[in-house]
Design a protein around this ligand. Structure first.
Ligand code: GSH
Length: 110
């Protein structure tokens, strides 16, 4: 059984939740409140979300979790089958991450 630690307004968490929804993968929810991170989450990731736990195997970082879910639950495929399609998706992901970082730091994105 999968368990997802996430925060309600976290865009990285939302990304993982959308993937789980698209793939219709059941999971147990551990909704984390800012400043009240549970000890097991702190031990796994230092308190950062999202974290996916598959039995006793923990996966951190939304990009790595997205890759893990694509590998572990192949259908429906969300990753394009060709190199160019994957490059387009990775570029879009990078841009979103840069934008997210800029928002966190209060700096404009490039
Ligand atoms: N690179 C990470 C970023 C995750 C991230 O920044 N999560 C924020 C919430 S949106 C967080 O948990 N911050 C608290 C902390 O780092 O302890 C990912 O893609 O998962």
């Amino acid at each position: 059984m999968l368990t997802l630690y996430y925060k309600m307004h976290c865009p990285y968490s939302l990304r993982v939740r959308l993937i789980l929804a698209e793939k219709q993968v059941p999971f147990s929810r551990r909704v984390v409140t800012e400043g009240e991170e549970p000890a097991d989450l702190v031990e796994i990731s230092g308190g950062e979300v999202p974290v996916l736990v598959d039995d006793s195997f923990s996966v951190t970082d939304s990009t790595v979790i997205a890759e893990y879910l694509e590998d572990a639950f192949a259908r429906p495929a969300l990753r394009p089958p060709d190199a160019r399609g994957r490059a387009v998706i990775r570029t879009a992901t990078c841009r979103c991450e840069c934008l997210g970082s800029s928002l966190h730091l209060g700096k404009p994105s490039r």
